[in-house]
Design a protein around this ligand. Structure first.
Ligand SMILES: [Zn+2]
Length: 226
């Protein structure tokens, strides 16, 4: 089976796999890299790593329009459910077998605000997302610092989506160390070049990592199949 990974810029991906259309961290409105608008994207499930505006993004509006189920941690789901969305709450360390495959929430070290209209009372912790679908392990690290917890992912990840932007998350140097802990086959750098504060050269990241793993640099709009 082929899994299709569509990069929409920043940390946002569409995934076709496991017989479903997934969307991860749908920050499209106000995303200068976005190649699709929140009005035209489709989803059966929307996976959200954490509550910041550049990750929760348009999740509520897209779920309201498409009827997609939002998969996120308990607190973010409470907020989205209050906005009328279908939700599947999870939390760090927990996994669930969905019709398309398995999702497990992994720890991430980052901020916990939930950004959104009326979200003032909601705070939580951020997460990473470990997906297993069609026999492939995909790890979306969310926004995080380098943590030794990442060593626990070794052997489970074929394709790792790692932030390299620095300033708010791991930079190229720490992301390269994360590759050594996780040992994926392929790494796709994310969360860079959206704004000047996270400007990076993905080729310098490639030089740090290869040949220990293959670095696939996607431009917004690119599709990667495996
Ligand atoms: Zn972010």
């Amino acid at each position: 089976m082929t899994v299709e990974l569509k990069y929409y810029g920043h940390a946002c991906f569409g995934i076709e796999g496991g017989g479903a259309t997934l969307l991860i961290d749908p920050f499209l409105t106000d995303n200068p890299q976005a190649t699709i608008s929140a009005d035209e994207v489709e989803a059966d499930y929307i996976l959200v790593s954490h509550g910041h505006g550049d990750h929760l993004g348009d999740a509520v509006a897209i779920a309201q329009r498409t009827g997609a189920t939002i998969v996120a941690n308990f607190e973010i789901c409470n907020y989205c459910e209050a906005q009328g969305c279908e939700v599947h709450p999870m939390h760090i360390g927990g996994g669930w077998d969905f019709p398309f495959g398995r999702v497990k929430m992994t720890p991430a070290l980052h901020g916990g605000q939930v950004a959104g209209k009326g979200a003032g009372g909601y705070t939580t912790v951020p997460a990473g997302l470990l997906l297993t679908l069609d026999g492939c392990g995909i790890y979306h690290a969310g926004d995080t610092a380098l943590t030794t917890d990442m060593t626990l992912l070794e052997g489970q990840v074929d394709v790792a989506l790692l932030p390299i932007g620095d300033n708010f998350t791991m930079g190229p140097e720490d992301a390269a160390r994360a590759v050594d802990m996780i040992k994926p086959r392929v790494v796709i750098p994310i969360h860079y070049d959206t704004w000047p504060l996270i400007g990076q050269d993905p080729e310098s990241f490639r030089a740090r990592v290869e040949p220990r793993a293959e670095v696939v640099v996607l431009k917004p709009g690119d599709v990667y199949e495996f």
